[in-house]
Design a binder for this molecule. Structure first.
Ligand code: ADP
Ligand code: MG
Length: 319
């Protein structure tokens, strides 16, 4: 694809990092690895109509394509450094590329993350971003480290992105609450600092991309444990509670994807410390349940009744 498009991306994402010996412009990037660190890498692809609705602005697509990847690094407790971008689009659209690069750069800038290369091709709108980060040896957070007796916590609030998608799809009347929820869908804020802070205190960790039930379920399988969640403890945003009833808010929080909050487990004795560590960086966290023997995620409602999370319709809100 045209050199000028790549040049526009390069200009907008420029980030003077000394560990980038050769960035965009040669056949491959040459990067200087920090000594004494492990490298943590992830890649995620977003396809129009599957991972973001048609009509999403180019800047939001650029932001989100990076955000979902930074969220994967956050879930491992890694600090981000470099990214690669494979951009496929139907035709060489300068306005799209400019908007995309600006949205991408807006999120990359505070992390000093450098875009060091990529590929640009023609085809259905598809964006793949690969990220590289670092963590001290053996310190990464995994899905497999939950232990029976751990408390289960989540950062922020849950279900907002799914509620935002609902607002778009059902033409919910304009309001600041609607804008907040749609913003949570289009501009998720990856919990990078929180993930790094949790390295020394959390056991297992995952980012909530497919919905709490699904993602906590991954922790359970990887760790060989079960989980009990109290639905009454699930954190909801005020925007969610203003626009939706309690039951709908609960279902969004349990099954809605795309929030990119962290779900993690902590020894019960360290819950207060973990919450204080996160609060210091402006990240709220809520205890929502505990790790138990057995398998699968069980949810108790506010009256103490177990919910049937396998019934049809629970997948309704997730992708
Ligand atoms: P090649 O044919 O050698 O792969 P390209 O024309 O695909 O060369 O890429 C030229 C340079 O631009 C390379 O350094 C590549 O990493 C970079 N590049 C291409 N597309 C992108 C993109 N979408 N984002 C960032 N860098 C890109
Ligand atoms: Mg190429």
């Amino acid at each position: 694809m045209e050199f000028s498009l790549i040049e526009r991306i390069r200009e907008r994402t420029a980030q003077g990092r000394e560990d980038v010996r050769i960035g965009i412009g040669d056949d491959a990037a040459v990067l200087i690895l920090p000594t004494g660190q492990e490298q943590v890498v992830a890649i995620d692809t977003m396809v129009e109509g599957v991972h973001f609705p048609p009509g999403t602005s180019s800047a939001d697509i650029g932001w989100k394509a990076l955000a979902v990847n930074l969220s994967d690094l956050a879930a491992m407790g890694a600090s981000p450094a470099w990214a690669l971008l494979a951009l496929t689009m139907p035709h060489a659209d300068v306005d799209f590329v400019d908007g995309f690069a600006e949205g991408f750069a807006e999120l990359a800038r505070p992390y000093r993350l450098a875009l060091v290369g990529g590929d640009t091709t023609r085809g259905a709108l598809t964006v793949s971003v690969a990220v590289h980060g670092f963590a001290p040896p053996g310190k990464t957070l995994t899905r497999a480290a939950a232990r029976v007796g751990d408390a289960i916590l989540v950062t922020g609030t849950l279900g907002d992105a799914a509620a935002g998608l609902y607002c778009l799809q059902h033409a919910v009347e304009a309001s600041s609450h609607r804008d907040y929820l749609v913003g949570r869908l289009n501009r998720p804020a990856p919990r990078v600092a929180a993930g790094m802070a949790l390295r020394d205190i959390a056991h297992a960790c995952i980012d909530v991309s497919d919905g709490l039930l699904a993602d906590l379920g991954h922790i359970c399988i990887a760790s060989g444990v079960g989980a009990e969640i109290e639905a009454g403890l699930l954190p909801h945003s005020s925007a969610m509670l203003s626009l939706f009833g309690d039951t709908t808010a609960r279902d969004f929080a349990l099954s809605g994807g795309d929030d990119y909050e962290l779900c993690f487990t902590v020894p019960a004795a360290h819950v207060a410390e973990a919450m204080a560590d996160l609060a210091r960086m402006g990240c709220g966290a809520t205890r929502i349940g505990r790790v138990v023997e057995g398998q699968g995620v069980q949810v108790r409602d506010a009256q103490g009744q177990w919910l049937d999370t396998s019934r049809r319709g629970w997948e309704h809100f997730s992708r």
